[in-house]
Design a protein around this ligand. Structure first.
Ligand code: SF4
Length: 408
């Protein structure tokens, strides 16, 4: 017997963002081949390594990472190493670097990990476990019985918080942590000052699932740098872009540890001195060179590899946000049942998902259909050409677009 799916935050926020995108991805199952880019794969791997650390701590082991983590994740996500041109060593190194930055920052030994009493397979820590909550329990927190299409199509809501801890003891609030792995060192700009709707979703999900701590729930978003870090060899290799004309290391890259820069500076001074001597010239770094290098090393010590923002979760605001998210899915389901495809509302400002490159995963067929073809026809032809994953099988059943030109 087919069981009805649970509604996720991803689907609801997609519905809120753009009806046409929701229709293509969640209703028809559109999924472009190779949808996971390198930064997304590193993020997925970073989560896997971080979870290994948390589970190891829970079981009182000291180390959890082993060579299997990548291959387990690759199998789960169906990554084709050759076709997707995955540099396994590089992506693992980035993800491990990010996970170890996160581990140092979280310092979980100080906190209470919460036992998972809420997922389908309880046991272990409340970290990255899928929690399904049926409507009957969701309605106790947010009444949504009137959203008939959503209630009929789904069994309830689900979610998978990255980590939930009690930082101030069992009487304090439970902290829901969501972390993201970034490829650029400028974390302060990448970390939003306003909370993601995920916080409200998890608040409702966990409350409905039965987690009701005396101190309430709070939400924190963490951005972790998981990009490449320069090594001494990167500075020493012939023609290195990280060496300035004077033969000293450039102070431009910020993805370098202070100790690495210090050592690169020492070796480059040595190399440049020898090169100049071979040319019959005397050379040594100036007092200014040395002072600037020392200043730069000090600056590097203060670069943050992890940024955190905390947000209180007001239960009434969370209820309002979640009800609104589910309402959007409900409205779109009603629309589709009446035979209408949600229209594209293209946003034209340069940084919008419709305009910036890779801003929306449906951008290709959506924009390709702006001329003589309609959106449905483009999706249908992509499906017929085998350019979509097998998840797109429902495209064959989709209704033809309504012909508004024939309506008077
Ligand atoms: S490109 Fe814009 S209008 Fe088209 S599906 Fe994506 S978000 Fe919607």
């Amino acid at each position: 017997m087919l069981t009805k799916p649970f509604l996720s935050h991803s689907q609801s926020s997609c519905a809120l963002e753009c009806g046409a995108k929701w229709w293509a991805i969640w209703h028809l199952g559109y999924q472009p081949v190779d949808i996971e880019s390198m930064p997304q794969r590193v993020g997925t791997l970073g989560h896997a390594y971080a979870l290994d650390d948390i589970v190891a701590l829970w079981h009182d082991h000291t180390k959890a990472w082993n060579g299997d983590t990548f291959w387990r994740v690759a199998e789960e996500r169906k990554w084709d190493i050759e076709r997707m041109d995955i540099d396994v060593d590089d992506e693992c190194a980035r993800a491990r670097w990010g996970a170890s930055n996160l581990d140092t920052f979280l310092n979980l030994q100080r906190y209470h990990l919460i036992p998972d009493l809420y997922s389908r397979k309880p046991g272990g820590p409340l970290a990255e476990v899928r929690i399904d909550v049926p409507w009957a329990r969701v309605h106790e927190v947010v009444p949504m019985q009137d959203l008939t299409a959503a209630v009929e199509v789904f069994s309830g809501i689900d979610g998978q918080p990255d980590l939930v801890t009690m930082e101030k003891g069992w009487g304090g609030p439970a902290t829901i942590t969501d972390y993201k792995f970034r490829q650029k060192p400028g974390l302060a700009e990448a970390t939003s000052e306003v909370p993601d709707t995920q916080g409200a979703w998890y608040h409702t999900l966990l409350t409905a699932a039965g987690l009701r701590p005396a101190g309430g729930l709070e939400f924190r978003q963490i951005s972790v740098y998981a990009g490449p870090m320069l090594t001494v060899d990167d500075f020493l290799e012939p023609g290195s872009p990280h060496v300035i004309e004077r033969g000293l290391p450039s102070r431009m890259p910020k993805n370098v540890e202070p100790e690495v820069f210090d050592e690169a500076f020492r070796l480059l001074v040595q190399r440049t001195t020898q090169q100049r001597a071979a040319e019959g010239k005397r050379w040594s770094p100036t007092a200014n060179d040395l002072a600037e290098a020392r200043r730069h090393i000090e600056d590097l010590r203060h670069i943050r590899r992890v940024e955190e923002r905390r947000f209180p979760l007001d239960p009434s605001v969370c209820r309002e946000v979640v009800r609104d998210l589910v309402s959007h899915v409900d409205a779109l389901l009603h629309q589709v049942r009446r035979g209408h495809r949600p229209a594209r509302h293209l946003r034209s400002h340069p940084s919008s998902p419709c305009s910036r490159p890779f801003g929306c995963s449906v951008q290709g067929p959506c924009l390709a259909s702006l001329g003589s073809h309609n959106f449905s026809a483009v999706l249908r032809s992509m499906s017929a050409d085998g350019r979509l994953s097998p998840r797109a099988e429902r495209i064959a059943e989709m209704p033809a677009d309504m012909d508004f030109a024939t309506l008077s």
